[in-house]
Design a protein around this ligand. Sequence first.
Ligand SMILES: Cc1cc2nc3c(=O)[nH]c(=O)nc-3n(C[C@H](O)[C@H](O)[C@H](O)COP(=O)(O)OP(=O)(O)OC[C@H]3O[C@@H](n4cnc5c(N)ncnc54)[C@H](O)[C@@H]3O)c2cc1C
Length: 475
Amino acid sequence: MPEVSSLKSQLVEIVGAKYVTDELCDRLVYAKDYSIEGLSSDYTPDIVVKPGSTDEIVRIVKLANDTDTPIYTWGAGTSMSGNPLAVEHGIVLDMKRTNRILDIDTANLSISVEAGVTMDEAYHAAREAGVFFTHHPESSLSSTIGGALSCMGISIYGAKYGYAFDQVLGLEVVLGTGEVITIGGEAYLSIASHNLMNLFLGAEGTLGIITKAILKVYPPPAMRRHVSIGFPDVQHAMAACKRIHSAGCWPETVYGFDRKSLIQYMERESTPVPDDVRFAFLFGYSGDPDIVETGLDVIIRCASEHGGQQLPTALTKMWWESVNITRETFDKSNFALSHTEYEPDLIDACVPLSKFQEFTEYYEKLKVEFGWDDRNFGTFIVAAPRGPIPFAIYFSVPIDTRLGDEVDKWFEFKKRMYQKSIEIGGGLSEANGMGLRSGPWAKEYLGNAWRLLKGIKGVVDPNDILNRNNRGFDQ
Ligand SMILES: Cc1cc2nc3c(=O)[nH]c(=O)nc-3n(C[C@H](O)[C@H](O)[C@H](O)COP(=O)(O)OP(=O)(O)OC[C@H]3O[C@@H](n4cnc5c(N)ncnc54)[C@H](O)[C@@H]3O)c2cc1C
């Protein structure tokens, strides 16, 4: 890597002085994302650059190749897995200036955007044009399209419309060589030959820099309503979801919380959670009024066949508001409330449906072993894309990040959870990215497919410029 001063002057030539900084106070902003992983080492980049176009990005990538300088692509840094962190320092490439909505095609139901556009901006632009942009994570006010596509992001509307990767019709990507490729287009299924798009979805910036995306939008539903249902345990709740599926019911939202999480989410309103509820699902339904009414009736009926009881309306309203973070409901986010003392971190895993209970029990046992059984936050489950059957299960323990020992203990806790997931036939979920959190497990998890992935990396990024040594690529 060259002297930072020489790198800086070359970057200034490409993007202008206003968009390059090597000031420590600016660089520190990028030393940590929203995960605890950032505390495990010093990830401060040497320099931060904010390109405004694909051409500028190409020139930066070529410069990085010429000088053997790693580049870490950065959307909004809301990642919960350490995946944008500058493990080998070098350049942070902040994409937020690439934030133009390029086109909204209401006839063909697509929106074309630059990668630095936030989900909230895409949503509002689409809404003004009379269509519905459905990718809505809880971080939608700040997280970017590039970040969502790179992390396989999940959405509150995902049970009906699918998740980030389901929305993609076309991509423009700058490879690690500086070459620009475009895949797909505005027309649905316009991918010839192999679906190369999937290489870059969920790749967490390791295979290419997404610069533009063509995404699906939908006719907006006339209305949406919610109901929440409490169950005696996870198994009953899962059985109810299968029954709802067999009934032909297609909810828009399916979020599951254990009792502790529910109480935590509801504490602002002090809405009581009935004593016998150990697990609960929030269901949302959208469409014309008669469809919505029927859908919710079917959900309530199917759930009651599996021990489900409808929870108070106030609780449902509160729950929906706390996951549907918008400009109007920002102050209702439980994340904002929970960050006074402890920082919640995440373990996400895909375990077979029949193992959810076993995995949950293991988590509860481990919490006792680690002395954390009194801490709030617990188990969350989200539905599979386009269907009411859950697929990923999340566990969270709020950690006092001021205590080094506690952080180390948390890393050990996560290790044990990932080991258990693999042991019971599960794996690692990419829904929030793998990064430094579960990336180190990728090699073991992928087996000999890891060699294929390394081979692909060698072709698209031969000098290992992109997100070097992150997401398990140091192995
Ligand atoms: C309060 C809160 C709530 C959250 N809720 C959700 C949720 O409901 N659903 C969900 O899915 N996630 C959620 N997340 C996690 C996070 O917001 C998502 O993973 C999000 O998609 C990350 O986007 P970002 O723009 O912040 O990307 P960053 O954090 O900046 O980067 C994430 C990864 O993407 C790569 N990357 C970014 N831009 C590009 C690009 N243009 N090309 C190639 N690679 C790129 C980075 O290198 C990195 O590997 C939440 C986070 C917070 C803090």
